[in-house]
Structures are given as structure tokens and as C-alpha cells.
Design a protein. Structure first.
Length: 214
């Protein structure tokens, strides 16, 4: 397949397709979005789409990875006693930062009525990996009990984020969650669990790409 023409200026084809994905997800459920629709919205043909992606799910996974507000993933554990804990004013300022709010609104699309079980699973895995990286934890060496704590807590937090009855249409769900005593208790358990896992099974230093090639 010939390589699609590289754009001379403006967003790349991949960037346009990611934006098209989010636009479509705003308007309709993920199950009703098609490759043809994404291509049309992004002003590319299907050959160009399949040059970059295996299918809609691979586009969705990349879009979620680029969208993920990793600051929010970290903020969800702040009430659990993270090092250098941020005070309320700093949390409020961060939660209301325009770019972060944009990313958060997209996360809410994923866990909301237009999302899907596949999208939610992808989002959960991205957040968990952010948590594991934060504590330098090797996921493959976590006990089943530790994984239950992490997955159960994250599932509950995402459920709150997805439920408008819990935070109201105009409220900031992150601030609502951080202001909840039960959320603080749950996140404290995650922090405790991951700290213990890091102590018991520390992840070794990452090997540089240069060293791997030797």
C-alpha cells in the first residue's frame, strides 16, 4: 500500500483521525461509529486509515493513550497520602485548568453512555499503569490481593465519574471525588498496597534503548 501523502501544514492525518474519533463519540455510542465515518470527518480515505490503524479499536486505544489526563490519575490518589501531597487550592486550580478539563471531559465520554466495555477496560489499564509507574511497581509481580484492591478502587472511582447523579452535570467530578471521605479512604488503601508492593518487589531500573541494542 502506498504511503499516504504527508500533510504540509496543520494537524497530521493521525491527529485529525483522533479528533474525529472524539467528535463522533460526543455524538453517538462507540458501537455506532464506523471507519468510514472517521475517514470522512478527518478528510482522509479508508486506505489512509488502514495504513495507520488495524481498525477502529486500535485508533480508540491510541486516542485514549494520548488523551489520558495522567495528572488526574495521580490526583485520584492524592487523598491517600501521596508524597508531596497537594493542598486543596492547588488541586482546585489543577482540576480547573482548561486543557485538563478538556481531557477529563473526554474521559467522561469513555465511561459514560457513549462508551463501551472495551473503552472502559482500556482506560482502566492506562490509569493502573500510571499508578504502577508512580510507585515503580512491577505489575507482573503484584499479588492477586493487591490487584483486587487496585481494580476494585479504580472501578468505584470511574463509576462515580460516570454517574451524573453523583456530581451533577456542571460540577467537576474530580473535585467531587477528592472531597469525598470514602474516596480518600479507598485511595489510601491503594497507596498503602502499592507502597508495600514496591518494597516487596521493586522494579529494576529501566534499560535504555541504546543498552538494549548492544
Amino acid at each position: 500500500m502506498p504511503r499516504p501523502r504527508k500533510d504540509q501544514e496543520g494537524p497530521s492525518a493521525r491527529e485529525r483521525m483522533e479528533e474525529a474519533f472524539w467528535e463522533a463519540l460526543t455524538e453517538k455510542p462507540y458501537a455506532k461509529i464506523t471507519v468510514g465515518e472517521i475517514a470522512q470527518r478527518a478528510h482522509v480515505n479508508k486506505n489512509a486509515f488502514y495504513y495507520h490503524y488495524d481498525g477502529l479499536q486500535s485508533l480508540a486505544e491510541e486516542a485514549l493513550d494520548h488523551m489520558l489526563p495522567r495528572e488526574v490519575a495521580r490526583m485520584l490518589l492524592m487523598r491517600g497520602g501521596l508524597p508531596n501531597e497537594t493542598d486543596d487550592a492547588q488541586i482546585s486550580a489543577l482540576a480547573n485548568e482548561p486543557e485538563l478539563r478538556k481531557r477529563l471531559s473526554r474521559a467522561l465520554l469513555v465511561v459514560g453512555k457513549h462508551g463501551s466495555s472495551e473503552l472502559v477496560a482500556t482506560l482502566k489499564n492506562l490509569v493502573m499503569q500510571t499508578w504502577f509507574d508512580l510507585f515503580n511497581v512491577d505489575e507482573s509481580r503484584l499479588s492477586s490481593e493487591a490487584m483486587v484492591v487496585v481494580r476494585f478502587t479504580l472501578g468505584g472511582l470511574l463509576e462515580v465519574m460516570s454517574d451524573e447523579a453523583c456530581h451533577g452535570k456542571n460540577a467537576n467530578p474530580i473535585q467531587t471525588i477528592l472531597g469525598s471521605g470514602i474516596a480518600g479512604t479507598a485511595s489510601a488503601k491503594v497507596v498503602e498496597t502499592l507502597r508495600a508492593a514496591a518494597s516487596d518487589n521493586p522494579r529494576g531500573p529501566k534499560t535504555s534503548p541504546q543498552a538494549e541494542g548492544r
